[in-house]
Design a protein around this ligand. Structure first.
Ligand SMILES: Nc1ncnc2c1ncn2[C@@H]1O[C@H](COP(=O)(O)OP(=O)(O)OP(=O)(O)O)[C@@H](O)[C@H]1O
Ligand SMILES: Nc1ncnc2c1ncn2[C@@H]1O[C@H](COP(=O)(O)OP(=O)(O)OP(=O)(O)O)[C@@H](O)[C@H]1O
Ligand SMILES: [Mg+2]
Ligand SMILES: [Mg+2]
Lengths: 259, 259
């Protein structure tokens, strides 16, 4: 079971879009994928038609199980989506109160990791969609994943924020046993603007091999897919954005599900 | 002194771009504006050339003053920008630890409001750039402001998240004396895509007069402005995006500074 986290403290860089699209490409009758929404805002949860305001079975319950002394177990909390082989662990707005509730209480950084150990073998891939903020939820996701995907918008402000994300990783790295591999994914690349080409060149200069050699282009069909509540690869399999994410999957060792 | 907060829990909708552009349009030799970066990620701080990793004088210090029992006073923390009449109160990454540190300690929701009372009369406008997450920082900004601007991307996922933002307001409203007026600002409007027109129509149907009648169009020059570290109105005064923000200012009662 491969566990990938999709994270960046900068907002609106394509974290949810990356999680949904990769989940769509990986899942099928022979290959099972679990998408976990670790963001209190619940974009992924809403994408699949659930309401984070009222959701009562999801990631938050893992933390309440742990606070009561039990080992967190997601089995009864997981929901099926309408797509074969694609399951969900949803978010709720209550997750936004976790940092305040847990305060400086120790040991709450491994809740997600312990929970995913319970479903080892039931899924081929688990994808974690992270919130745009460093807190207990992001720390949980970074402790639970084998590899980290960092979507970065190809523009100046986003590059500035990336340094901070990498510094955060170095901080978390100290508390992990295995090395946390990460890969930077240039997203929302608009080939018509000079600023995008300059930002991309700068990104490759600063981070070299840590950056995936391809780019995810701007593709307005992602917006249509989100209003339809389905991964774009199920709607328009040869859309520009889908083909780019398929190339990414090959580069990071993901096996595309047989269509 | 008018205090406006720019907030939305959804990431990447143009909060920082709105704060910077309105700040540029309002500020000048005769009209003084304070921009406050309330986001631990520090996009606004980085935009003006400061580093949120190392910044030691800013919003975080207001909270430490308050935790030590003093009344928070921003006077010594405010920095001048290189633009006349435009000052900054910067963010630092340490702000991300506030929720955990403060835990359920009461009374920390009014720090920003008390601090801004200390500079009453020194500024004509104060703009608060909020983080994409509900926590003690957002609560502080909502308690400190007279009016709230909510940038909303004109697409499906962002509309779903808006409901949650409005519910949050209703929650915070209970603890405020004066009514919190808000206005929804359609941003990143791409007139070439059907999804944008549909989302805009749906936004107006759901929220009626709470939505500003105009739109902020997609304008790639905002990206060039952010790499140049200056508000777009100082670089290209008649750019599409700048003209749209000037229209917005007129609608919300802002006085454009004499160029
Ligand atoms: N390659 C793309 N082309 C066009 N639009 C895109 C692309 N990727 C993402 N988007 C759009 O950009 C917006 C932001 O994307 P998304 O919500 O995935 O970002 P995020 O990083 O998850 O945001 P948040 O920080 O709020 O969690 C969405 O409207 C999405 O449809
Ligand atoms: N009207 C616009 N046209 C084109 N690009 C825009 C526009 N408004 C914002 N942008 C770009 O979109 C990206 C996101 O904008 P911005 O950082 O202002 O959003 P935000 O809501 O502050 O994000 P965060 O949630 O991370 O704080 C930036 O790259 C910015 O340059
Ligand atoms: Mg997201
Ligand atoms: Mg911002």
């Amino acid at each position: 079971m491969k566990v990938w986290a999709v994270a960046n403290q900068k907002g609106g860089v394509g974290k949810t879009t990356t999680t949904v699209t990769l989940g769509g490409l990986l899942s099928g009758p022979e290959q099972r994928v679990l998408l976990v929404d670790v963001d209190p805002h619940g974009s992924l949860t809403a994408y699949f038609g659930h309401d984070p305001e009222t959701a009562t079975r999801g990631v938050y319950e893992l933390f309440s199980q742990c606070a009561e002394g039990a080992t967190p177990d997601p089995t009864a909390l997981i929901r099926e989506s309408r797509f074969p082989g694609l399951d969900l662990l949803t978010a709720s707005t209550a997750l936004a109160t976790l940092d305040r509730q847990l305060g400086t209480r120790s040991g709450m950084g491994l809740v997600l990791r312990q929970a995913l150990e319970k479903v080892e073998g039931q899924y081929d891939y688990v994808l974690l969609d992270c919130p745009p903020m460093l807190g207990v939820l992001m720390v949980n996701a970074l402790a639970a994943c084998d590899e980290l995907l960092i979507p970065v918008q190809t523009e100046f402000l986003a590059l500035k924020g990336l340094e901070r994300m990498i510094n955060t990783l170095k901080m978390v790295q100290k508390s992990r046993k295995a090395e946390l591999k990460y890969r930077i994914i240039p997203t929302l690349f608009d080939r018509r603007t000079r600023a995008a080409h300059e930002a991309l060149a700068e990104l490759r200069r600063l981070y070299g091999d840590d950056v995936w050699p391809g780019v995810i282009p701007v593709d307005t069909k992602f917006r249509d897919a989100s209003s339809a509540g389905q991964p774009l690869c199920f709607m328009i399999p040869d859309a520009r954005g889908v083909l780019a994410y398929s190339d990414l999957l090959e580069a990071i060792g993901g096996r595309l599900s047989e269509p």
